[in-house]
Design a protein around this ligand. Structure first.
Ligand code: MG
Length: 377
């Protein structure tokens, strides 16, 4: 079933620490299983995607977002003959490095690290996802981290600045940082997870946005990608309204994007005809939308940015979230004993790792314990 350009677990570039192979599972199945059993994965259930976790039980969390990315990714992978297990492993791990409170948390932590030490390198969630699977998980007797295969780690590190890449390469010359210096692409499975991430959040943020009352179905009529499928749904089901109309429009929009990726990627693969994953790495990006869908999808993104992510109510909680992170950082720096709990190294990076690992509610509780102030209610 696997196409020659897919990643083959038998030909994996391997793990950082040698291990015997498993009797019943491929290397990528094993990566997926290690991720599902990790502590960081369970924390995703209480981490913010867009809406803070305690704002409502039905909003996406990092966990349900990651499951949706895995579902979309696997279904496209199967159609294209790519490795489904690898796609699933990357999708489930791609957001493990996120701080509590989403991007607001990341921005505040990054800012505090830079202010504390300009040479610290700051905080970036993609790099942190790699740190989680490479170093921070403590589950195995022989090594730190989950000791995942090169291909899964390559997919987890989806963006990396040149400066960070140089640091990574200094410690691991042929490692996953290399491609950001050589300006090459990752496997098709990794490219697919990137696009599946985008498809997933564009769709579920529309759903969560309407559920929250911050955006309306009427407003969405100005988004061609949504309006097209709403009209289609109404033509087939006259009188459809409310929640069912919203879901049916999103469902059609999701399917159209999936078919678009399949068709556009097949065309790109025919054009460059890679015979092996190494040809993929040397080619331009191959997993893609058609040109029309690129435009429509960016219009939807622009709409969400203007009307949801920058909505005064979202921005207000964002500001509170930043305050929590800044206060925690200051408190732990002032009194390392407060958090070190037997850890040997008390460093800025250690504090950042500790804060980044927190769930929203743990961070809020810690904040209240250390400052006596209760935010967010
Ligand atoms: Mg994501």
């Amino acid at each position: 079933m696997l196409k020659p350009f897919a990643c083959d677990p038998e030909a994996s570039r391997g793990r950082r620490h040698r291990e015997p192979s498993a009797p019943t599972r491929s290397e990528y199945q094993r990566d997926r299983d290690r991720i599902v059993h990790s502590t960081a994965f369970r924390r995703l259930v209480y981490k913010t995607q867009v809406f803070l976790n305690h704002e409502g039980d039905l909003f996406r969390t990092r966990l349900t977002h990651s499951l949706e990315v895995a579902q979309l990714g696997r279904s496209i992978a199967r159609t294209l003959g790519l490795n489904e297990d690898l796609v699933e492993a990357i999708a489930l791990a791609h957001d493990l490095g996120h701080t509590p409170f989403g991007h607001a948390g990341q921005d505040a932590l990054n800012e505090r690290l830079h202010l504390a030490d300009a040479a610290s390198g700051g905080f970036e969630h993609n790099l942190q996802s790699l740190r989680v699977v490479d170093i921070l998980e403590e589950r195995y007797p022989e090594f730190n981290g989950l000791n995942l295969t090169f291909e899964t780690r390559e997919g987890v590190l989806k963006h990396c600045s040149l400066r960070h890449a140089e640091r990574l390469v200094a410690g691991d010359p042929d490692g996953v940082g290399r491609r950001f210096i050589d300006r090459t692409q990752p496997s098709l499975e990794a490219q697919l997870c990137n696009l599946a991430d985008e498809i997933a959040y564009n769709a579920h943020d529309v759903d969560d946005g309407v559920r929250s009352g911050l955006i309306s179905m009427q407003q969405l009529e100005e988004v061609p990608l949504f309006f097209r499928f709403q009209k289609e749904a109404l033509a087939q089901h006259p009188g459809l309204a409310g929640r069912r109309l919203l879901f049916e429009s999103i469902r059609r929009m999701l399917s159209a994007q999936v078919y678009d990726v399949v068709d556009a990627t097949r065309a790109a693969l025919r054009g460059s005809a890679p015979g092996h994953v190494n040809d993929v790495r040397a080619s331009p990006p191959l997993v893609c939308f058609s040109e029309g869908m690129v435009c429509e999808s960016s219009e939807l993104k622009r709409f969400l940015r203007a009307n949801l992510y920058r909505h005064p109510q979202v921005v207000a909680t964002t500001d509170q979230a930043k305050e929590v992170i800044r206060d925690l950082f200051a408190a732990y720096r002032a009194e390392p004993g407060e958090w070190a709990q037997g850890r040997e190294v008390v460093s800025l990076r250690g504090i950042a790792d500790y804060i980044a690992g927190m769930t929203d509610r743990f961070a809020m509780r810690e904040h209240e314990r250390l400052t006596g102030r209760r935010l967010f209610d």
